[in-house]
Design a protein around this ligand. Structure first.
Ligand code: SF4
Length: 386
């Protein structure tokens, strides 16, 4: 059987968006050059580092070599160079294959052709360097159909339209921006390091350059103090941008983030799940004239079913929210328990008598075992996903 080179690897960062679950992950920079958002636990305590073009190209070469090895293995197994289940199984059980062989094998098996460039803001690279790295990536690895990166609005707004067009031409096809809020007050309070105006400028420029734009919104980020302002201003900014995607990722506040201290000191009052749902309703209701697709694919969101494309699916999205808000209080509680415990995805599931009785038993047992009241229990379950 073909030998897989032991220790052959390339570098990867800690996170990717949910929509990049079947993408090849490649790291062009390390950590976050801003790293001050008070709600964000991801890179705290780790300094930002640029990676040299030489290092990045070496990693791309490692991916190309891994692909060659996997294809050779496929031939040796009689699979004709295709990455089939027997090939993936052979790699998963091989003792010379490391994490990178497994990651690339899964990527080839899924066959998406999608690549996600890590970490938090690859657009901070010099445009020429990033373009060269992207071109090298497309040259060395065949079959890439989409390249995506996170980018900060403040960085994007410093790039010219021409620079963004160069990057698009080099292969960068999609940008995810952590907009979080369209309210300048909320953005300043959580130290986002971007203004609503920068979000609008950056978003419009990305679209004009021909790239697909995703804006990540963080329901709950205004707390009780600014929930209405957060919802209304976020809708206003999204209406101005009309991004291709609006993605919801609801706020959680683990003790490691600076916002936790704001909560302890009484400067920020977190919303209850039901208040977050009402806030999302206000935002959706005010989204007018957009043709964006809204997704709620993040595990932190209570209502995964709130998704669709504007304008046609807006009534359906509001109806899902209303269905939840009109549930009897005990049913809401059971749904939240099931959702935060990872067993429910749809509101309707709680009408299933078996599911219901299992949730009733779980509620009784978990509160007895942990000694937590129900709200603390649900919060603890939700925080496991941070
Ligand atoms: S810019 Fe993004 S990665 Fe950086 S601190 Fe803010 S939320 Fe976290």
């Amino acid at each position: 059987m073909t030998v897989l080179t032991r220790g052959l690897s390339f570098e990867q960062g800690p996170i990717r968006p949910p929509s990049e679950a079947s993408s090849l992950l490649l790291r062009f920079t390390r950590n976050c050059p801003w790293n001050k958002c008070t709600f964000c636990p991801v890179y705290k305590g780790t300094p930002f580092e640029r990676r040299s073009l030489r290092e990045i190209k070496k990693d791309i070469d490692a991916v190309a070599q891994i692909i060659d090895e996997i294809k050779a293995l496929s031939w040796s197994l009689g699979e004709g160079g295709e990455v089939t289940e027997p090939v993936v199984r052979a790699i998963m059980t091989s003792n010379t294959a490391g994490h990178c062989h497994r990651h690339v094998a899964a990527w080839l098996y899924w066959g998406t052709g999608h690549v996600f460039i890590q970490d938090a803001n690859s657009l901070i690279m010099k445009t020429d360097d990033l373009a060269e790295a992207l071109r090298y990536l497309k040259e060395r690895i065949r079959g890439i159909t989409r390249i995506t990166s996170y980018a900060r609005s403040s960085t994007l707004s410093r790039k010219s339209l021409e620079e963004l067009k160069i990057l698009k031409e080099a292969g960068l096809s999609r940008i995810h921006v952590g907009m979080e809020s369209g309210s300048d007050k909320v953005l300043a309070f959580v130290k986002k390091g971007a203004t609503a105006k920068q979000h609008v400028d950056a978003g419009l420029k990305v679209i004009e350059a021909g790239m697909t734009l995703s804006e990540y919104i963080m329901p709950g980020l205004g707390g009780k103090e600014m929930t209405f302002e957060h919802a209304v201003e976020t809708a206003r900014v999204l209406n101005e941008i009309n991004p291709h995607f609006i993605r919801l990722r609801s706020l959680r506040i683990p003790p490691v983030v600076p916002l936790y201290e704001d909560v302890q000191k009484g400067r920020f009052t977190p919303l209850h799940d039901d208040e977050v749902v009402r806030e999302i309703r206000i935002m959706i209701e005010r989204l007018e004239g957009v043709t964006s697709t809204l997704t709620s694919d993040h595990i932190m969101n209570l209502l995964e079913e709130v998704q669709g494309t504007f304008p046609e699916d807006k009534p359906k999205m509001l109806a899902v929210i209303d269905e939840y808000l009109e549930l009897p209080e005990h049913d809401k509680l059971l749904f939240r328990l099931g959702r935060r415990g990872g067993t429910l995805r749809s509101i309707r599931q709680i009408y299933d008598p078996d599911v219901r009785s299992r949730l009733e038993v779980a509620l009784k047992e978990l509160t007895t075992e942990t000694g937590f009241d129900v709200e603390t229990l649900i919060k603890e379950l939700a925080d496991r996903y941070i």
